[in-house]
Ligand binder design. Structure first.
Ligand SMILES: N[C@@H](CCC(=O)N[C@@H](CS)C(=O)NCC(=O)O)C(=O)O
Length: 212
């Protein structure tokens, strides 16, 4: 079965892109040209009716939602070892982090990056953005406090949740207090950034800025 990932550089698609490269499975990258509003094109809306990036096509399976795509991939290719075995305590924590990262910081970033979508009043945009900043800072402090001895989110085993957390740390690189400024998050991000598959992902997306 062929795999195709619909992506735009630096978007949420970077997570499944990193996962696919870590897994070493063959896949096709299909650019959704956001500059031309390609995510709202009728052909793309048939793949993701939300008009959002990413989407994954896996044979007959067409998926939207970043976290669902990654959860599907780790089940489809368990031998890649990007998630602990089902039924274990480690798997439960993996699921907890995947859901938390998608519905808490990832979701909150939308009001940081697109504050105008969260108020009809142009005069309130700065205040929406400020609120998003404060909430994101608090969220990353909580995650920092949850990091144990490491080196990864789940302890000794690297998982797709580390890639997810890395992407979210990286999204905040231009914030006044970037997540990497927290020592545990900064160290984890540096470890993830050092992985060849991660570097290959950023190179393939043409992202030239320095890391996170
Ligand atoms: N919950 C969705 C959110 C996806 C999302 O918001 N993607 C952004 C890029 S990071 C997007 O496509 N934005 C285009 C738009 O808002 O028109 C997911 O995780 O897949």
């Amino acid at each position: 079965m062929s795999l195709a990932l619909y992506y735009y550089p630096g978007n949420a698609s970077t997570l499944p892109h990193m996962v696919l490269r870590e897994m070493g499975v063959p896949f096709e990258l299909r650019l959704v040209d956001r500059k031309a509003e390609g995510q709202k094109d009728p052909a793309y809306l048939r793949i993701n009716p939300n008009g959002l990036i990413p989407a994954l096509v896996d044979g007959d399976i067409v998926l939207f939602e970043t976290a669902a795509i990654v959860l599907h991939l780790v089940e489809r290719f368990p031998e890649a070892g990007l998630a602990p075995p089902p039924g274990t305590a480690a798997r439960a924590h993996f699921l907890k982090w995947m859901v938390h990262l998608t519905n808490t910081p990832q979701a909150q970033y939308m009001s940081w990056f697109y504050p105008h979508n969260y108020t009809p009043d142009a005069g309130c945009v700065d205040s929406v953005k400020h609120g998003a900043r404060l909430r994101l800072e608090r969220m990353f402090e909580v995650i920092e406090g949850q990091l144990g001895a490491g080196p990864w989110l789940l302890g000794k085993s690297f998982s797709a949740a580390d890639l997810f957390l890395f992407m979210l740390i990286q999204w905040g690189r231009n914030m006044p207090r970037p997540p990497r400024a927290l020592p545990g998050l900064g160290a984890l991000a540096a470890r993830v950034w050092a992985r060849p598959a991660v570097q290959a992902t950023f190179a393939a997306e043409g992202i030239t800025h320095e890391g996170f």
